[in-house]
Design a protein around this ligand. Structure first.
Ligand code: ADP
Ligand code: ADP
Length: 233
């Protein structure tokens, strides 16, 4: 369902000694799976993840999501394709001057949903992530785990096929991280949303992912079922 074909990203193209942040990576991610990408800081995980929704345009290579080569798109076509791809972040990226409900409503408005649909969808999403009682609260009053739940509600409000997770638990304590990973697994299983998750922590990948890739210096050096990769000598 997601095909990354020979993706390279070079931030300092043409400069002497420039190395690629992502170096000729090809990956196939299947519909309905949770795919993990693990690697140390600077390995290129975040840059690669961002090519999937074109927050980062690859220097070369192509990205196909659900049969649409989104790396060929721009403008309104790209905006429409992005609605099928939700994203959550390490530091949540919530709008601080808007309430929880307004944060979730924002992505629905941006997708052109009617006021009626928004009024129905927002409480539905907050219920799904267990935040029904926080609709009118501002993000600054929430715990880290609650903020990430808002991030998840916002990311899946438009019923995307894909959810991209950029270090989703790295700013959270162990117990809160575990609860967020359970929620992501539920979203994957109950809603059938394909998840791509990057983390520098093996334990996170091991807990939730079906298949995984290991990145080092912009390259994928290992790929396979999580069970097999961890069983390897
Ligand atoms: P990871 O997510 O694995 O920590 P990143 O994808 O964030 O790795 O970074 C990969 C490399 O690309 C690093 O060397 C980083 O400094 C560089 N890089 C990332 N984003 C940019 C950018 N916007 N401009 C220049 N260099 C960048
Ligand atoms: P974090 O370090 O918490 O993971 P990021 O570095 O991933 O945060 O976020 C980088 C920037 O991308 C932020 O300034 C954020 O506002 C922007 N951003 C987040 N989501 C989107 C989106 N859907 N479209 C465009 N820009 C976005």
């Amino acid at each position: 369902m997601i095909e990354l074909n020979a993706i390279s990203v070079n931030f300092s193209q043409g400069k002497a000694g420039a190395t690629a942040a992502v170096d000729n990576v090809s990956l196939r991610i299947q519909q309905g799976e949770i795919f993990g990408i693990v690697g140390t800081s600077g390995a290129g995980k975040s840059t690669l993840l961002r090519t999937i929704n074109l927050l980062q345009r690859p220097t070369s290579g192509s990205v196909t999501v659900n049969g649409v080569t989104i790396s060929d798109l721009s403008g309104s076509e790209l905006r429409r394709a992005r609605q099928g791809i939700g994203m959550i972040f390490q530091h949540f990226n919530l709008m601080q001057t808007r309430t929880v409900a307004e944060n979730v409503a924002f992505s629905l408005k941006a997708a052109g949903k009617s006021a009626q649909e928004i009024a129905q969808r927002v409480p539905e999403m907050l219920s799904l992530v267990g935040l029904c009682d926080k609709a009118d609260v501002y993000p600054s009053r929430l715990s880290g785990g609650q903020k990430q739940r808002v991030g998840i509600a916002r990311a899946i409000a438009n019923h995307p096929e894909v959810l991209l997770c950029d270090e989703p638990t790295s700013a959270l304590d162990l117990e809160t991280s575990a609860a967020i990973l359970v929620l992501l697994k539920e979203i994957n299983q109950r809603l059938g949303i394909t998840i791509v998750l990057i983390s520098h922590e093996m334990s996170v990948i091991k807990t939730v992912c079906d298949r995984m890739a290991v990145m080092t210096q912009g390259r994928v050096v290992e790929e396979g079922d999580v069970f097999d990769v961890f069983a390897a000598p």
